[in-house]
Design a protein around this ligand. Sequence first.
Ligand code: ZN
Length: 339
Amino acid sequence: MYIDAHLDLAFQLSKQLNPALPLEELRERAVALEYSDIPLVSFEELRRGGVGLCFATLFACPYHREFSPWGYTDWQGAAQQAQTQLEQYLRWQDAGLVRILLNQEDVQDHFKKYDPQNHPKDSKNILGIILLMEGADPIRKPDDLEKWFKAGVRMIGPAWEKTRYAGGTDQPGPLTGMGHDLLIGMQEMGIILDVSHMDDLAFWEAIDLQPKVIASHANARALVPTNRHLSDEMLHALHGRGGTLGLVPFNKFLQPDWDRPMPRLELAVLRRHAEHCANILGWDHMGIGSDFDGGLGLNEIPLGFSSAADFIRFGEVAPESESAGILGDNWKRWLEGNF
Ligand SMILES: [Zn+2]
């Protein structure tokens, strides 16, 4: 079973792109809606690609004048978006499209039931999901953490841009007072810390408060120098806590001068990030967090992929003996030890 450590499945509904529809239909809709990104993800494509488990986000999008004028401006707005997405996952679960995994027993059972040889349309394989809150603004205050835990959230990335909890991508800053309390609550409840998007200042505080840590989707800052990615020191810290990293195959995150509408990059560029990070983390702590539905499309990912169904090609960014690991076995082992 392959594992994708980052997909924004329920967020797609806010773009009228329900992944329960066939990919062809999603692509037609994207054209009709004049979206520039060509969709890559549907439940069917994931099943065809052998992806049996993903970390699926509750992602509340903040207000931006151009690209999200409907975004949130306060915690209530953020909470509403996250709640709507949570309900969407529950509806998909009722419809037999996903299974929300809440504990080790669920994970073990899911691996037992999944048939890696069987991916056709009528397959009984259901996508297992672990709920990851990306950006903690939907949490009104740290005392409310338990409410979200009870609702199924098992991983939290406190930042996206800066949130009420932590400095984030392009908006530097430390953990706030609330952020500090949130991390202590996460540690007490065993909620996994996702350091993706965290600014350095917040990262270094957080990682000492909750050492059960992953980076669901991030690359090497040594190759793309922005605070969106992990410095070598941060990778060392992740390694020291037994964390695992999901590489993101977004061209803009692979090569600093890449931008739309430049041609797609070769997969070898992702391999350079893989090798750099593996030098510090070890190949056994490397995985993929595709973010294939997170504000990017077919023209923004390396060559060799036509949809999420080509997930197996991520195996090529590791030495042959490490392919199975990076495709899912490493996340599986990490979950067995930490979830
Ligand atoms: Zn993200």
